[in-house]
Design a binder for this molecule. Structure first.
Ligand code: K7E
Ligand code: CUA
Length: 672
């Protein structure tokens, strides 16, 4: 479909409701199918591929943290090689690492709905200091059961997860302010607030459904999160957001669609209006109102889960209150800026002056000016209000429009040299344009249907504009087929010159949405943890040496204080366990050296394995289901005698007289 048709049709359809509905469906399916660029076979030319080559034994220049979408995980790649280093479990259980299987990690996945072992992670955002990526933490959002996670980049482990009340679909998240003061979350699905009665007819959306935007504070030192306050808004769908920076520090911008407030067939009914909104939030002002006691205390229920590196365990606390500010009562914290049509990405350039809205159904890209927005607010250049929130006149806040950039704009990143790069899902391309003049400078096809993109530091004040990575939704014909489901992919472009050049593409894990990247040295030299010190191990069931290894019965619970070191467990023979017992293997890895994990698995466990880092204690719960003798073994090839790293546990009938005993290196006395 050509842009021209698109524009003319837009004017035409506004006059005809039926045609409107049909066309929106057609556009919708265009969005789903997208056009396929020509010449997809010979995309990499000349010496381009060399630029992505990182010789064996050499390090990459950048770390790339890529969301896993419906895998609920975060993967870590190197740039420019595209090598996968690690998958960090966040919201989904991961048997490979025992995440969500070991007793210590289960509380990390606790929510007000109980244990939730899966989620949908769309966006990653790295912590910043003075608007620059600082390499300390990376945050991720859970879409389905609204949560935000903080991953510690010293351990590459999820350190904290906070649930968000009053939300449904935490999509517009986890974007941060320039000193990581707050990480925010806007709800995609408006819902009746948790503190109101939700048992209402769905067709009362307009009166009973609300949007909530959460401001979660982040402790400067520890990184610990706290739900500082929420702002309640009319029911719309918040989609994405970005914080202001530099001159616009103190503001946040959220794209919203479905300002029609439809609750059925949104692909038609939420595409009626010519313009939806970007909501500008003056969060400094909101902070003042909170300090002045203007927040209403509301009863809610949400989980806050934290990881303790000394006990090697998570704790889950249930919280029951939140402070809520009402955007329709406090007239100067939120402003709506009209934005054509169904905006998705909402991106702020490195100077903080330009705010880019990407209307999924728009044939242009509007760029708003922070200065103009400020004078429009001062001069009250409003065109009414939306649910009590002032609506700024489009022209009054507009810097200008990028004309005919492509079809289906989604997301924009910046190179720090005055250029913006926008992805186009429908026309399957990345388009480079000048932020000031709004002239299109270059375009490259992607294979195919690009969603997010990432430039290292590309949403910060200081982008490292050397590479651009496009994350594609569709790879039909790009790789060897793998049955009905094909890999999603990433493509790396060299953007150091005037023209973008494809240098590599590689398949990804899960469905990649947003990603962040930072110079490798920043993270490599942030005080990376190599092992946990045994003397700091405060796990209540730790055995810090083989002498402390023991088996203790407490009623029907049997606690095995076990150690592992190359290449044996202590104890490795255990008897006197009965059917009906719950056995807890608390395994302490005694190694004090980098990169020597041991694993632990026992036959019949309805569970994952344990993968225990040096100096760490981790627990596997095992309920034997039959009488017999069961082997356990180390799952991680730790030494030449790894295959010797094994043991037996004997399970006797309930009430049998086999005494509880254990050993290493000597035989247990025979008992019948
Ligand atoms: Cu994939 Cu950020 Cu959920 Cu756009 S969103 S693509
Ligand atoms: Cu320990 Cu293999």
């Amino acid at each position: 479909m050509k842009e021209i048709q698109y524009l003319n049709l837009t004017t035409y359809i506004m006059k005809n409701k039926f045609v409107q509905a049909v066309l929106v469906i057609a556009l919708g399916s265009a969005l789903v199918t997208s056009c396929k660029p020509k010449n997809s076979g010979d995309a990499v030319s000349g010496d381009a591929a060399e630029k992505a080559y990182v010789a064996p034994g050499k390090y990459d220049e950048f770390y790339n943290f890529v969301s896993g979408g419906f895998s609920g995980q975060l993967s870590v790649y190197g740039l420019p090689s595209g090598r996968l280093f690690r998958v960090i479990p966040v919201f989904s259980v991961d048997p490979e690492k025992g995440w969500g299987y070991s007793e210590e990690t289960k509380p990390m996945l606790n929510t007000s709905h109980g244990f939730v072992p899966w989620d949908d992670l769309h966006h990653t955002e790295m912590s910043q200091t003075n608007g620059e990526v600082d390499g300390r933490w990376v945050f991720g959002n859970a879409n389905n059961t609204p949560r935000i996670a903080r991953i510690d980049l010293k351990t590459f482990k999820t350190a904290e997860i906070i649930e968000l009340p009053n939300s449904g679909g935490n999509h517009s998240s986890p974007f941060i302010t320039e000193n990581t003061e707050y990480v925010v979350a806007g709800t995609r699905f408006s819902v009746p607030a948790d503190y109101s009665n939700g048992d209402v007819p769905i067709n009362t959306y307009k009166e009973n459904y609300k949007g909530h935007i959460s401001f979660v504070s982040v402790d400067k030192k520890s990184g610990e999160m706290d739900l500082a306050f929420q702002i309640v808004t009319p029911g719309v769908n918040f989609d994405l957001s970005h914080a202001g920076k530099g001159k616009s520090h103190g503001w946040f911008f959220f794209s919203c669609y479905n300002t029609e407030q439809a609750n059925t067939l949104l692909e038609v009914n939420a595409s009626q209006k010519d313009k939806d909104f970007i909501m500008a939030v003056n969060w400094k002002k909101a902070e003042e109102y909170i300090k002045a006691g203007k927040g209403k205390k509301q009863k809610v229920k949400y989980a806050h889960n934290t990881w303790d590196e000394h006990t090697h365990s998570a704790k889950s606390a249930m919280k029951d209150e939140v402070l809520v500010l009402d955007a329709s009562e406090l007239k100067d914290i939120c402003y709506m800026i009209p934005c054509p049509k169904s905006p998705h990405g909402c991106d702020v350039d490195p100077t903080g002056e330009f705010i880019v809205g990407s209307g999924k159904l728009a044939a242009l890209i509007p760029v708003f000016s922070f200065d103009k927005l400020q004078s429009a607010i001062k001069g009250k250049k409003f065109e009414g209000n939306y649910g009590g929130i002032p609506v700024v006149k489009y022209e009054a806040a507009l810097h200008g429009e990028v004309q005919k950039p492509g079809l289906g704009p989604l997301h924009t990143e910046f190179d720090g040299k005055g250029n913006a790069y926008t992805t186009f899902f429908v026309s399957s391309e990345v388009v480079k344009w000048d932020i000031k003049t709004l002239k299109v400078l270059d375009r490259v096809p992607t294979y195919y249907s690009v969603g997010h993109l990432c430039i290292p530091g590309g949403d910060s004040k200081k982008p490292f504009g050397k590479y651009l990575i496009a994350y594609n939704k569709i790879t039909k014909d790009r790789y060897l087929p793998t049955g009905p489901e094909l890999a999603q992919s990433a493509q790396i472009f060299d953007i150091s010159g005037d023209k973008m050049k494809l240098i590599l593409d590689f398949p990804t894990i899960g469905e990649p949405h947003y990603a962040q990247a930072a110079p490798a040295d920043l993270i490599r030299n942030n005080g990376q943890l190599k092992f946990y010190k045994l003397e700091d191990n405060k796990h209540p069931y730790a055995a810090k040496g083989e002498k402390e290894a023991k088996v203790v019965r407490e009623g029907n619970k049997v606690h095995v204080y076990m150690t592992s070191i190359r290449s044996h467990f202590a104890p490795d023979n255990i008897e006197g366990v009965f059917l009906g017992d719950e056995v807890y293997f608390h395994v302490t890895n005694l190694e004090q050296d980098w990169d020597v994990p041991h694993g632990f698995a026992v036959k019949g466990a309805n569970n994952g394995e344990l993968l225990i880092m040096p100096g760490e204690t981790t627990t596997l719960k095992w309920i034997p289901d039959r009488v017999g003798t069961f082997p356990f073994y180390c799952t991680d090839f730790c030494s030449a005698l790894h295959q010797e790293m094994q043991g037996y546990i004997r399970v006797s009938p309930k009430g049998s007289n086999v005494p509880l005993q254990f050993s290493l290196g000597t035989n247990l006395p025979a008992t019948k």
